[in-house]
Write a protein of this length. Structure first.
Lengths: 327, 378
């Protein structure tokens, strides 16, 4: 276990390094740098430009140094918790992120729970009752998840709830609770809002899981051991849940880490469309404004969180399933 | 069992069954996949309408008319009554009766049953260039009567014809997938081929790179790269830059398939035989190995196209992909970004319907191709 863990940690460190270089390259890609963009904007609005301040900032971020030096300055700051400065929001990037990270993670974890809660029973049912109405409905649902991107699903959900109930869904809190402290009322209000994004994010991933689980379980159900157990008089559902489902779940569980990038991607798009107080709208805003320090920091953070999540699920798996440790 | 290469297909008179060419066998299998066949026809129609978009679009997709902001769709009436009351086949649409609600400052459109505008097939239109170089003066469907636009799918915020924009947008949206897949395929073939054929250190490095790209959420990566594109680039450059960005991740799946196939084929007897026969690496790869799995590659590529189309639409919808004046389905859906627009003009969602149909058809076609790809499997 220790060796496996060490190898995984080493691999993740290398991946994180590669990720940080990619993120920094994204920060650097637009022509000019953030200071020149900011200066042009300030000159345009007639603001006075503090020459000394600018020179200090240029030196601070090493804007005249070569790429590798700038990268080093940036990454050593990041490791120390200084993600740079958002020129759009006039706040340190770390503060912007800190405000919204908790909500982002909550929505994503809820979505993952709901995803499995939907996908596993539906997948099992549609394999056990192959070609039944329920199975066809599940297949249809699968195709919908395949063909409708998250932004459209969110949009359709908003539209349908508007024409059906006259309610606009969006955001995570009613106006009176936005800045309130956590209380029972705020929690209820949160739950009354959070179902929409959670449902949208879960639908995209669930479709894929249902398809895989159904195919795996269909293979298992025709195995002789199932017949044997049935011949011995075991109760049908107990039999199914006890043996073939466990085997069919295995490949799914072992690839659970691969699901995470998909979930994160879809939560970003959903967060933007439904205007949630998560990191997603900030990411979009910073990208549109080419506020690259904020954007790069966010992308790095999202990537690192994904890698951590994947690592966590892999460790969990190695702990649960002894066969995987060698792999 | 030995896998024959495509070159060994029998020529000349038809031989008895059992010696049909691999492609004939693939086609034979594919034909039985009804859903895939229907999808193939739908896709052919979609791509044809992308090619002849200017001819099919009833109006100018960029022409705006503030008088028709959010005008609802007109419906086509096929039969008309003559003066003597008998029914004749003469398709027409009604005109609009526009009233401005002074309180809400909104136009309300009602159908004006007195105004009938006959439709004409292949009628004269403003001169235009089909595909950018064939001068034409006729369109598939034109309306008679000056001043009344033909808005079969309604109008958008600026009074532009949604149907015309949808048809023109087909061109960009469907071609992004094709161009992107060609790019991904080129990278995937070379990288995956080298990795699978050579193995060793190269394989190790390539595998790590692929794992890295797959472990990072694609949407933020794409968003970052797309946002970093200079704003002053001409539309065509942006279009190609976006397809390159989409291919950056897209190639990994294809490379994986190619590598797997190479690994599986490398130890086949006939490949060893060809090598012992003195075949060079190049001829080994291109003459002996590639033909054995080209059908698999086609299937994998066809399944990669819809993912590209979805990605382009999502990026453009967020305002990070293609931008007006380019028209793509994603750009069109930007108009439907807020609930207010969608609630007043649900017909703005038609591009989404088109996209769902295209993506589903491509997935079914890809599934059919994948099932048919290996005609020797039992």
């Amino acid at each position: 276990m220790a060796r496996y863990l060490a190898r995984r940690l080493l691999l993740m460190a290398a991946t994180m390094a590669a990720l940080s270089i990619v993120c920094f390259a994204i920060i650097q890609l637009p022509p000019g740098d953030f200071l020149s963009a900011r200066l042009a904007e300030m000159a345009g609005t007639g603001d006075t430009v503090d020459v000394a301040n600018v020179a200090w900032l240029r030196a601070q971020y090493g804007l005249d140094e070569p790429f590798i030096v700038q990268y080093w300055l940036w990454i050593s700051g990041v490791v120390g918790g200084d993600l740079g400065f958002s020129f759009e929001l006039r706040m340190p990037v770390a503060e912007v992120i800190g405000e919204r990270l908790g909500i982002s993670l909550t929505v994503e974890i809820l979505a993952i729970i709901v995803l499995w809660a939907i996908a596993v029973p539906v997948g099992v049912y549609s394999a056990v009752r192959q070609y039944s109405i329920g199975d066809m409905a599940a297949t249809l649902f699968g195709f919908i998840g395949l063909a409708i991107p998250n932004f459209l699903l969110a949009l359709l959900l908003m539209y349908l709830s508007y024409i059906a109930f006259g309610v606009t869904i969006g955001g995570l809190f009613s106006p009176e609770y936005v800045d309130a402290r956590w209380s029972a009322g705020r929690l209820l209000d949160f739950l009354g809002h959070v179902w929409a994004p959670v449902l949208v994010i879960a639908t995209g991933g669930a479709a894929q899981i249902i398809r895989i689980l159904r195919a795996n379980l269909l293979d298992e159900l025709s195995r002789p051991y199932v017949d044997t157990a049935r011949a011995k008089g075991m109760a049908e559902w107990r039999l199914i849940l006890r043996y073939p489902v466990r085997v069919a779940m295995n490949p799914l569980v072992s690839t659970v880490g691969w699901l995470l990038p998909t979930i994160i991607s879809s939560s970003i798009v959903t967060g933007i469309v439904l205007n949630l107080p998560t990191l997603s709208p900030i990411l979009l805003r910073s990208l549109l404004a080419q506020d690259m320090h904020l954007a790069g920091g966010l992308i790095l953070l999202i990537g690192v969180l994904t890698l951590l999540g994947t690592l966590l699920s892999d460790i969990l798996l190695a702990w649960l399933d002894p066969r995987i440790r060698l792999g | 069992m030995l896998t024959r290469s495509g070159d060994a297909a029998p020529r000349g008179p038809r031989r008895p069954t059992g010696t049909e060419s691999p492609w004939a066998l693939v086609w034979g299998r594919f034909r039985h996949h009804r859903l895939a066949l229907v999808s193939g026809v739908i896709l052919a129609l979609l791509y044809l309408s992308a090619i002849f978009a200017e001819f099919l679009a009833p109006g100018d997709p960029q022409a705006y008319n503030a008088r028709y902001t959010f005008a609802p769709p007109q419906s086509i009436h096929l039969l008309d009554r003559d003066e003597d009351g008998s029914l004749v086949f003469r398709p027409y649409v009604h005109g609009y009766a526009v009233t401005v609600d002074p309180e809400a400052m909104r136009r309300t459109f009602a159908i004006d049953p007195d105004k009938k505008h006959p439709l004409r097939l292949l009628g004269r239109s403003e001169p235009y260039l089909l595909m950018g170089f064939i001068p034409m003066q006729r369109k598939l469907l034109t309306i008679e009567g000056q001043g009344t636009p033909l808005l079969l799918l309604g109008a958008d915020r600026l009074g532009r014809d949604v149907l015309s924009r949808l048809i023109i947008g087909t061109r960009v949206s469907l071609s992004v997938g094709l161009v992107g897949v060609v790019l991904s395929l080129a990278i995937g073939l070379v990288v995956g081929g080298l990795s699978g054929y050579h193995g060793g250190l190269l394989d190790l490095v390539v595998q790590r790179v692929i794992e890295f790209l797959r472990s990072v959420p694609t949407i933020p990566l794409w968003m970052g790269l797309a946002a970093a594109l200079p704003r002053d680039w001409p539309p065509l450059t942006i279009y190609f830059a976006i397809t390159v960005i989409l291919s950056l991740v897209g190639w990994t799946e294809l490379a994986r398939v190619v590598r797997g196939r190479f690994l599986a084929l490398k130890t086949e007897d006939y490949v060893t035989a060809a090598r012992l026969d003195g075949a060079s690496d190049l001829s080994l790869v291109f003459r002996h190995m590639m033909p054995a799995f080209s059908s698999h590659i086609i299937a994998a590529a066809s399944l990669a196209i819809p993912a590209m189309i979805l990605a382009e639409t999502s990026l453009s919808f967020l305002g990070l992909g293609l931008q007006a004046p380019i028209i793509s389905w994603g750009v069109l859906l930007q108009e439907a970004q807020n609930l207010r627009s969608v609630a007043t003009a649900p017909w703005l969602l038609w591009p989404a319907a088109a996209m769902i149909v295209a993506v589903l058809a491509m997935n079914f076609l890809g599934d059919g191709l994948r099932d048919a790809a290996d005609p020797y499997a039992t």
